[in-house]
Ligand binder design. Structure first.
Ligand SMILES: Nc1ncnc2c1ncn2[C@@H]1O[C@H](COP(=O)(O)OP(=O)(O)OP(=O)(O)O)[C@@H](O)[C@H]1O
Ligand SMILES: [Mg+2]
Length: 358
């Protein structure tokens, strides 16, 4: 059954949020959904531990870069949809997951379009596709976009991606407190209390439109693969071969039709080749490296509350720096296999140490 990954090495791009929205909407329509929680922060597993998780959502959280292929294979045999929430870093785990995916969604913050994270993911997808000798359909999903009328900068972002030949989903995920509340309160979005959650109806509508579009895309992929399999006489990747070619219809908000998905034969990617191809795009193993010596964090320096923007679950820090500083920071984080938050904490450690020496 279809495997959908959410990937972008940029932290905080909205992977976890959009993965859970899709899973919740599919489950609300009665589909069995497995979520592979490969985000080291384990937000979805924490959500699952709260009351309200429907029984038709299974969360698998013990997953490593080595086990992910087996985990996804198992999950796709036993569930109608498999959704993989990936970590916000360039790693071999991401490459392995992409190699198993029928559709990769690349959540990208609409307001501060981080072309670097998205293009890094697309490069990896193309390498993995070449290796697997199959298409790995993918699309950018603009996230956290303003609820106000579509801004000019958002249109620019869409135009730029279009010009680069990159598919962008028509629906985007709007910035809504309801999405943070879903993770804090647990349960399905549509089951939250509208008295406690602002604009819940709009949030549900947005999640439904996004899900309808993803389902329509999967059907289009299924039809294409069916045709390709008929033409080359090779085994299909598993969706319903006999269906007419479906061109992606504009999503209807009230129609998420889950019929027509047949069990598929998962094609396991070759581990060694995947690792080699992934390394070319700078997605390297993080698990085989010797663990870094644990350095106790110095007492945290108090940060003025006004500088830090708190979200429901974590804190986000937006910095304005020169482009070369950002490049350098990414390069250091990538070279060490650190997520950006981790790299920032290491830098803080050093600053604290040097401050203590003075
Ligand atoms: N559409 C949205 N509306 C409101 N808040 C959002 C939205 N999308 C994401 N957020 C918030 O932004 C933060 C980062 O989002 P999220 O955890 O989904 O990103 P991520 O890409 O999974 O991050 P990571 O790379 O760290 O795993 C979270 O606090 C989340 O609640
Ligand atoms: Mg995440």
């Amino acid at each position: 059954m279809p495997v959908i990954s959410f990937a972008n090495p940029k932290g905080g791009a909205g992977k976890t949020t959009s993965a859970l929205l899709l899973a919740g909407e599919l489950a609300a329509r009665g589909a069995s959904v497995a979520i592979v929680d490969a985000d080291p922060e384990r937000w979805i597993s924490q959500w699952g531990a709260l009351p309200g998780k429907p029984d038709n959502i299974t969360i698998v959280s013990d997953v490593t870069e080595d086990s992910i292929v087996d985990v996804v294979e198992d999950a796709s045999t036993n569930n109608q949809f498999v959704i993989i929430d990936l970590e916000g870093t360039a790693s071999l785990m991401v490459a392995n997951a992409i190699g198993m995916s029928d559709f990769v969604i690349i959540p990208t913050q609409g307001a501060s379009m981080d072309a670097k994270g998205a293009s890094k993911t697309i490069k990896l997808i193309r390498n993995q596709a070449r290796l697997a000798k199959r298409e790995i359909p993918h699309a950018v999903l603009l996230t956290r976009v303003s609820a106000a009328v579509a801004s000019r900068s958002l249109k620019n972002v869409r135009d730029q991606l279009d010009a680069a030949g990159i598919d962008v989903l028509t629906s985007s995920i709007v910035e809504r407190a309801a999405y943070r509340d879903m993770l804090d309160f647990g349960g399905l979005l549509s089951k939250l209390d509208p008295k406690q959650v602002s604009n819940l109806d709009k949030a549900v509508q947005n999640a439904m439109e996004f899900t309808a579009e993803v389902v329509a895309k999967l059907k289009a992929v299924q039809a294409q693969q069916g045709r390709a399999a008929q033409m080359s006489n090779r085994p299909s990747l598993g969706f319903d071969d006999d269906e007419e070619v479906v061109t992606t219809p504009p999503p209807k908000a009230d129609l998420v039709d889950l019929s027509g998905f047949q069990p598929k034969q998962v094609v396991r990617p070759d581990k060694q080749k995947t690792a080699e191809a992934a390394a070319k795009s700078n997605f390297k193993s993080r698990e085989s490296k010797p663990a870094l010596a644990a350095v106790p964090l110095a007492a945290p320096t108090p940060i003025k509350a006004t500088r830090r923007r708190r979200t429901g679950r974590s804190a986000q820090l937006n910095l304005k720096c020169r482009p070369e500083t950002i490049e350098q920071f990414y390069a250091i984080a990538d070279a060490n296999g650190w997520v950006l938050g981790e790299a920032f904490e290491k830098a803080l450690e050093l600053l604290n140490k040097s401050a203590m020496k003075k």
